[in-house]
Write a protein that binds this ligand. Structure first.
Ligand code: URA
Length: 237
C-alpha cells in the first residue's frame, strides 16, 4: 500500500496534508526517511513512524449509527444528504459504506464499514440474518396478522415472504409492533403490512444479527463497535 494512503487512513490528514508531512521528513519506514507519497509499504511488516512515534495501522472501520429520518443510506446522492455525509473526514477516508439499506424515512440501526467481506456475509440471503424492527401501524394489528406473518404473506410483486415473527406491543387506532424478518426485500416491512391492508407510519430498525442499536445514540449519532460487538457479529453473522 502507498505510504500516503496508509498515513491518511491512520489519521494523519488528507493525502495533501500527508504529502506536506512527508516533505517535512517526519516519516520513517524501517528507520529510513521517506518523502515520496507513492512509496510502497507493507503495513504488516514495515515499521513506520511519524516524528518518532510508531504508526498503528488499521484497515477497517466499523460504526453503529442510529440513522435519522431524511437521510439516504448510500455513499453518495445528488440531492439528499447521505449517512456517509454525517461522518468525519477522517472516517470517510476509510471509504466506508452502509451495510444494506434503510428507507429515507426509516430510522435506526445501520452498520457502516469498509469491510466488504463482513457486509457480504451479513447481507447474503443464504445466511438468514435476523433483522428486528419497531413500527407504528395506522390501524389495529390482530392475531390474524401474527399468524399470516408466521405463515408468510404474498407481496405486491407475488413474492411470498419467509416466516416472520410479529409481536403486538399494543393494538389500536395506531398500533405498535415489533417484527423480526430474515430477509431484506425492498421496502419489505412496509409491503408486508400493505399485504394485510395496513400502513406503516413509523419504522425503526432495532437489531441486525447479534448487533443491537445502542439506545444512547440519538438519531444521527454513531459510535465505533466495541470489540465484543465486533467479535459476536463476525462469529454469529
Ligand atoms: N422494510 C422497509 O419497508 N423499510 C426499511 O427501511 C427497512 C425494512
Amino acid at each position: 500500500m502507498r505510504i500516503d494512503k496508509l498515513l491518511s487512513n491512520s489519521g494523519f490528514g488528507s493525502r495533501k496534508e500527508v504529502k506536506i508531512l512527508l516533505k517535512s521528513k517526519a516519516v520513517e519506514v524501517n528507520g529510513e526517511t521517506v518523502r515520496d507519497p507513492k512509496f510502497h509499504v507493507d503495513e504488516n511488516t514495515d515499521e513506520i513512524s511519524v516524528a518518532g512515534e510508531p504508526v498503528v495501522y488499521r484497515e477497517f472501520v466499523y460504526l453503529m449509527m442510529n440513522k435519522p429520518q431524511g437521510v439516504i443510506s448510500a455513499t453518495e446522492d445528488r440531492f439528499d444528504e447521505t449517512v456517509i455525509d454525517l461522518l468525519t473526514e477522517g472516517e470517510q477516508r476509510f471509504e466506508p459504506f452502509p451495510v444494506g439499506r434503510l428507507d429515507k424515512d426509516t430510522e435506526g440501526l445501520l452498520l457502516i464499514t469498509n469491510d466488504g467481506k463482513l457486509a457480504h456475509e451479513l447481507l447474503s440471503p443464504k445466511k438468514h440474518v435476523d433483522k428486528t424492527y419497531y413500527a407504528k401501524i395506522d390501524s389495529p394489528v390482530t392475531d390474524e396478522d401474527v399468524e399470516a406473518f408466521t405463515q408468510g404473506v404474498v407481496l405486491d410483486d407475488g413474492y411470498e415472504t419467509k416466516p416472520a415473527q410479529l409481536h403486538i406491543l399494543n393494538s389500536g387506532a395506531e398500533s405498535e409492533i415489533e417484527l423480526t424478518i430474515t430477509e431484506g426485500k425492498f421496502h419489505q416491512v412496509k409491503r408486508m403490512f400493505e399485504s394485510v391492508g395496513k400502513q406503516v407510519v413509523f419504522l425503526k430498525r432495532l437489531s441486525m444479527g447479534s448487533l443491537t442499536l445502542d439506545d444512547r445514540l440519538a438519531p444521527g449519532k454513531y459510535r465505533e463497535l466495541s470489540e465484543e460487538e465486533l467479535d459476536t457479529i463476525k462469529q454469529r453473522k
